[in-house]
Design a protein around this ligand. Structure first.
Ligand SMILES: CC(=O)N[C@@H]([C@@H](O)[C@H](O)[C@H](O)CO)[C@@H](O)CC(=O)C(=O)O
Length: 307
């Protein structure tokens, strides 16, 4: 299958997974979810089955059905669909990578296994190599999220020489806070034309200064338009405006964190702001009280003057 290997840049929404009230995946919401992102937020790139999407709480079969629906419904509307395929088992990860290729995804991202962890960068590279070999036609991104995986290997070490092992390697989704390591990843990526996407929404501006090529995050589901304005202000050198938007984003995330902001709360906030029926999270995460989500949603609306 020939693919448009367009470099991944700009704002990418890390999508939530719609569930029915009794906890089954709810594919029927995905079409209107895509319309909301593209029409209301001007976001045309998605990262599905990631942390925000609670992927590690779903079966391989559920993950395949979700990825397939995003690709199907996104045809002609979304520019890029990146599917996160990381699992504890390399076999499950390879199966999902092959499946992503068969449904026309635009790339795959892979977290490190986190129960039996790689002990060094070599072990992680070998794992990624085996996954890449099972979907050689798809761009592969390493997804670094040490706060969730507990794998805090320096990403710059992981990148060192990886192009010789994985021809399809195309970059990193960096959801850590070590700006030295991030900067070294950007520097190494320059000569390979890879993408480094940042994943800590509340400090994206700092990462832009270091030269990241885009961002993947949960808040771009409902703050896509506003954060796109920050990217434009940064590109135009209007640092006053860029800082103003980033400070507002920091303020609302701090407000939310003080109330206990996890994926379950975030999902309910998204339901409040978008009107989409995303349903509850899957256990062991607990549903967020509606009043808490409404308080956070109101704060976001007031801060960003949303209607
Ligand atoms: C730990 C976590 O959930 N991080 C989020 C951020 O977007 C995060 O929600 C945001 O920065 C608020 O803290 C993303 O990095 C996760 C993500 O991109 C994904 O869903 O895969």
């Amino acid at each position: 299958m020939s693919r448009d290997m367009k470099k991944l840049t700009g704002l990418v929404a890390a999508t939530f997974t719609p569930l029915t009230t009794d906890g089954a995946i709810n594919l029927s919401v995905i079409g209107s979810y895509i319309d909301y992102l593209t029409e209301k937020q001007s976001v045309k790139k998605v990262f599905v089955n990631g942390t925000t999407g609670e992927a590690c709480s779903f079966t391989v079969d559920e993950r395949k059905r979700l990825a397939a629906e995003w690709c199907l419904q996104g045809k002609g509307k979304l520019e890029q669909v990146i599917v996160h395929v990381g699992c504890m088992s390399i076999k499950d990860t390879q199966e999902l990578a092959q499946h992503a290729s068969s449904i026309g995804a635009d790339g795959i991202a892979v977290i490190s296994p986190s129960y039996f962890k790689p002990t060094n960068a070599d072990a992680l590279r070998m794992f990624l190599k085996e996954v890449g070999a099972s979907a050689p036609d798809l761009p592969l991104y390493y997804y670094h999220i040490p706060s969730m995986t507990g794998v805090a290997l320096e990403v710059a070490d992981v990148l060192n020489g990886i192009e010789k092992m994985i021809p399809s390697f195309k970059g990193v989704k960096y959801s850590g806070t070590d700006l030295r390591d991030l900067g070294q990843c950007v520097c190494y990526s320059q000569s390979h034309n890879w993408s480094v996407l940042y994943g800590v929404d509340e400090q994206l501006l700092g990462a832009l200064v270091l030269g990241v090529h885009g961002a993947v995050g949960s808040t771009y589901n409902y703050l896509g338009c506003k954060m796109k304005q920050m990217l434009s202000a940064f590109d135009e050198g209007n640092m006053t405006q860029a800082r103003d938007i980033q400070f507002k984003c920091m303020d609302v995330i701090t407000f939310a964190k003080n109330l206990g902001f996890d994926v379950a709360v975030n999902k309910q906030v998204m339901s409040e702001l978008s009107g989409l029926a995303l349903g509850p999270p899957r256990l062991p995460m607990l549903p967020c009280p509606i009043s808490k989500a409404q308080t956070i949603a109101q704060k976001i609306k007031d801060s960003f003057c949303l209607t």
